[in-house]
Design a protein around this ligand. Structure first.
Ligand code: GDP
Ligand code: K
Ligand code: MG
Length: 275
């Protein structure tokens, strides 16, 4: 029997565990990641003849090598290779949450966006236009209210459909402007690996420019190392500049999808920790 591997990924307190529990009830295992004290929950669902393993990953704001949770998540995505990532997004903290979304999409894995806390937005008389968000990101967006059992079937169906879809998701991607040249240079020196798709190479190149040592270990060649050293000495702080572009991308999307009197005020909840 074909098993669909699904990972729940999102910011801390965005509603991942609530969603996970709504699907799995008490029928799940809680363990730890090997060697560390970060908790890991795994559950098994059966739906319409499909077997789905659901994993609740630790909350993160970004995919970077700096925190244990972020490192574990990146390794999990690369090694375990989930069929679908359910990116849980707190609609009431849209900008901060979409910063992670932009990075997940950049990794080139299939993503379905589960939108939580829509009730919080409604209480503030703000509407989130899910069609516009879906178009802007190039992925399906499903509102869920796990506490009231709303949207759960729709999300499950969307995830199953995504896992079986033949066509590859092609999100528009983050425009990096003047940084594109350096990305292309790094990409051109990546060793050719069988089965590694084009857009995955782009993500690896971006990670290398960001200084991710664990990725460098996997692809290092003397030429690549020399190029990265040259770029690092160029005076451009690539990691910071790339983060600014990612943020700029998200900041363009948010005002397009929030509607209502207070829609704009909600933008003020920004995280500055990465800049
Ligand atoms: P996690 O850190 O991502 O696992 O988040 P949790 O599932 O622990 O949820 C954080 C808090 O948000 C809890 O108090 C939940 O009861 C609450 N919560 C989860 N989903 C919703 C939602 O859709 N609306 C509202 N208002 N609260 C929610
Ligand atoms: K929590
Ligand atoms: Mg949790």
């Amino acid at each position: 029997m074909n098993t669909i591997k699904v990972a729940l990924i999102g910011n801390p307190n965005c509603g991942k565990t609530t969603l996970f529990n709504a699907y799995t009830g008490a029928k799940h295992k809680v363990g730890n990641w090997p060697g560390v004290t970060v908790e890991k929950r795994e559950g098994l669902l059966h739906h319409d003849g499909n077997h789905i393993t659901l994993v609740d990953l630790p909350g993160i704001y970004s995919i970077s090598p700096y925190s244990l949770e972020e490192k574990l998540t990146q390794e999990y995505i690369l090694n375990y290779d989930p069929d679908v990532i359910v990116n849980v997004v707190d609609a009431s903290n849209l900008e901060r949450n979409l910063y992670l979304t932009a990075q997940l999409l950049e990794m080139g894995k299939p993503v379905v966006l589960a939108l939580t806390m829509v009730d919080v937005l409604e209480a503030r008389r703000i509407t989130l236009n899910t069609d516009k968000l879906s178009k802007a990101l190039g992925v399906d967006v499903v509102p869920v209210t796990a506490l009231r059992n709303l949207g759960l079937k729709n999300l499950l169906h969307t995830v199953i459909r995504r896992s079986k879809a033949k066509e590859v998701q092609e999100p528009p991607g983050i425009p990096y402007g003047e940084l594109e040249e350096a990305i292309a240079q790094v990409e051109s020196l990546l060793p050719v690996q069988e089965g590694v798709e084009e857009r995955f190479r782009r993500w690896i190149a971006i990670k290398l420019l960001e200084g991710d040592g664990s990725i460098l270990q996997k692809v290092e060649t003397p030429e690549l190392k020399a190029l990265l050293e040259k770029l690092a000495a160029s005076g451009v702080h690539y990691e910071e500049e790339l983060a600014i572009k990612k943020y700029g991308h998200v900041q363009e999307i948010v005002p397009q999808v929030l509607e209502g009197d207070e829609g704009r005020e909600i933008l003020s909840d920004r995280i500055d920790r990465i800049l």
